[in-house]
Design a protein around this ligand. Structure first.
Ligand code: DAT
Ligand code: MG
Length: 134
């Protein structure tokens, strides 16, 4: 399995609910390394870039309002097969399909406010790490 870097972001709901420590702890216990991390407040421009694949969706205004509603906690997470591994730990986008034991399954009841973002491919991981960590 390849050593990978992925971009993980705890969304404004996770920060407001004081879940940073608990979720960081789960990622560390799994065995991944957090090699960069910071709190940031995102503006509409960077959200439109990050969610470019969704800007035409009817739910986009709600997503934009949510993602700019407070600070997020962005991280670079590294480890063997970290991109797919983190997506597995997160659970699916639709929280109603997320099993208990996954982060979304354990902490989210809402499709928009679903606690965590993780890169979905090696290509996007590189782009997203550059976007948020330069
Ligand atoms: P993921 O976050 O699992 O990578 P995505 O990139 O397709 O999923 O969507 C980004 C975010 O947009 C997702 O975490 C929550 C929101 N979203 C996606 N589909 C949605 C929908 N049908 N209704 C409301 N929000 C949605
Ligand atoms: Mg995505």
């Amino acid at each position: 399995m390849p050593h990978e870097k992925t971009y993980i972001m705890l969304k404004p709901d996770a920060v407001k609910r004081r879940l940073i420590g608990e979720i960081v702890s789960r990622i560390e216990k799994k065995g991944y390394h957090i090699t960069q991390a910071k709190l940031m407040t995102l503006d509409k421009t960077v959200i439109a870039e990050h969610y470019a694949h969704l800007v035409d969706k009817p739910f986009y205004p709600k997503l934009e309002a949510f993602m700019t509603s407070g600070p997020v906690f962005g991280m670079v997470v590294e480890g063997e097969n970290a991109i797919a591994g983190m997506r597995q730990m997160m659970g699916p986008t639709n929280v109603f399909e997320a099993s208990p034991g996954t982060i979304r399954g354990d902490y989210a009841t809402n499709v928009t406010e679903n606690v965590i973002h993780g890169s979905d491919s090696a290509e996007n991981a590189t782009i997203e790490i550059k976007r948020f960590f330069g």
